[in-house]
Design a protein around this ligand. Structure first.
Ligand code: HEC
Ligand code: HEC
Length: 162
């Protein structure tokens, strides 16, 4: 009898905790995305992004203010480096110049931004390419993290296509 009673208490307590944590999740969903990730993947024509040229992951990271923790993100510009170049395609390969295995394809949106919250295995390093129109440009060195605008526009040129 005593065992049954404590089992009932245990179940009641466990359900209460579960309900509370669900409530907490849905609150975060509406409020800020800092405590739980959300799926955000750019697509050609999309326009919900912002802050072109900034390092997206200064906010879109675990504990940051941005909605969704990006594994790779950045901005593509035109050749004058002033206007965004829309709807480019970013690819990440295991080898240079489009060789090896294609690990990830990300379509940039209408604002020139590309981003994804999907897991990316950078392994010992991945080589980015960016395509727009008939042009494809390859980064000749490999990266182990996807904060493209952490370098481009800071320590090297912005990413650009024609
Ligand atoms: C200074 C912090 C900060 C930076 C830098 C930042 N973001 Fe955000 N982002 C936010 C916040 C806060 C939100 C949620 C509120 C909002 O939509 O403004 C958000 C929301 C978003 C959304 C969701 C919009 C929606 O309605 O689904 C996308 C997409 C996005 N950001 C993309 C980007 C991209 C791409 C970059 C880099 C080029 C970037 N952000 C840089 C703070 C930032
Ligand atoms: C650690 C700093 C750093 C990061 C992170 C980085 N890049 Fe680069 N990128 C460079 C440097 C430096 C160059 C020029 C030398 C080279 O090609 O390796 C370059 C070159 C490039 C080029 C060739 C540019 C041209 O005009 O031919 C492309 C395209 C490119 N990067 C895309 C990307 C993309 C997309 C990302 C994110 C997925 C990224 N880069 C992340 C530093 C970085």
């Amino acid at each position: 009898m005593k065992t049954k009673f404590s089992t009932a208490i245990f179940i009641a307590a466990a359900s209460f905790i579960m309900i509370q944590s669900c409530k907490k999740d849905s609150k975060n969903e509406i409020g800020n995305g800092s405590e739980n990730n959300e799926t955000k993947i750019s697509a050609q024509g999309g326009g919900s992004s912002h802050n072109m040229g900034q390092n997206c992951m200064s906010c879109h990271k675990q504990g940051g203010s941005g909605e969704g923790w990006f594994s790779a993100a950045g901005t593509v510009y035109d050749s004058l480096l002033t206007s965004a170049y829309p709807n480019a395609v970013v690819k990440l390969y295991t080898g240079p110049d489009g060789t090896g295995t294609l690990k990830k394809t990300i379509q940039a949106d209408a604002k020139g931004n590309f981003f994804t919250t999907e897991a990316i295995d950078f392994g010992t390093g991945l080589y980015p390419s960016v395509s727009g129109g008939s042009i494809t440009k390859y980064m000749s060195s490999a990266i182990t993290a996807g904060q493209c605008n952490g370098c481009h526009g800071v320590s090297t040129d912005k990413i650009w296509i024609k």
